[in-house]
Design a protein around this ligand. Sequence first.
Ligand code: UFG
Length: 349
Amino acid sequence: MKTILVPGGAGFIGSHTLRTLKASGYNVIALDNLSNGHRDSIENTVELLEGDIRDRNFLNTVFKTHSIDAVIHFAAFIEAGESVKAPLAFYENNVAGSLTLLNAMKDAGVDKIVFSSTAAVYGQPENNQKLLEGAKKHPINPYGDSKWMVECMLRDGAAAYGLKSIALRYFNAAGSAPDGGIGERHDPETHLIPLVLDAAMGVRPSIKIFGNDYDTPDGTCIRDYIHVCDLADAHVRALDHLFALDTGELDTGNSASDTETNTGFYDAFNLGNGKGFSVRQVIDTVKEVTGTDFTVENAPRRAGDPAFLVADATKARNALNWRPQYSDLADMVRHAYAFRRRHSSFKAA
Ligand code: UFG
């Protein structure tokens, strides 16, 4: 059985991916400093190593004492708006942390990694077009920059060291496991759907719309919401893809492996449903699903927000045979609502 190390496994997407990995027959070890992750998001069938990816000695010990076949790397700060206010913290955690992890992997001879990347690497698309992977990388916030810098390391590591990697560029992760056992919990919460649900549950007095004068049909930002279980499924498919490279089952296509001198691989896939919803449409969906009404206020734009981010995820469908199961926004909201109602400890930001 293959063993997968999962830095950031106690977080939102990480914890859902641990479940899917286990169900797919992988042995998994979570690694998390619990700065944003939650110990109780790691179910008791999974070992948790508590520590930081910036701690090289800790990582050396992890790789020495465990036989790791591949890494799925989620450990990062994720709030685009926050990254504008605290860019150095983002570069330190996301860039320096990933660099330390990649160096530790290289020295330990671990050559496969699936990386949590983001739609934020693209910045603001021209003419509000759906994004393909080859679109220009012009991040408009330090968060997007930090993720793109790590993708550059993966690309260059393929050519130089034979590193095999896949970067998964998520659009807006949403929903939660349908059984409500694990879900989205940030403190403070900055993401739209959980905040609107808090307004619906009376935990917050209102929801603020950050900007209603964007170049979109209703003036509010458009995002492509993708269910966290569909993201988890894509990670396992990406991992299977990397392992299949070893057995020569795959044509490596447009990867960095097209040289005679190495066996490296780097590729990137968008993960989204290809359907955009405005902030107002999300609020209306929450009102419908929860059967409640609440106060909606207009507020100034939030720094670092592109007007429109929607995926063309055809490449993941074709290469990974990925088929999202929960593409209905109302289902995502329903699942998130079930989780949020079960956990009473959320604090209003
Ligand atoms: N928004 C509001 N009010 C709020 C919170 C958010 O109007 O109280 C708006 C934001 O301004 C934005 C939209 O809702 O226009 C979505 O905001 P989120 O904070 O939920 O998500 P982001 O689009 O900023 O970022 C998320 C992830 C990133 C990822 C990005 C990719 O946090 O990691 O999706 O699209 F890169």
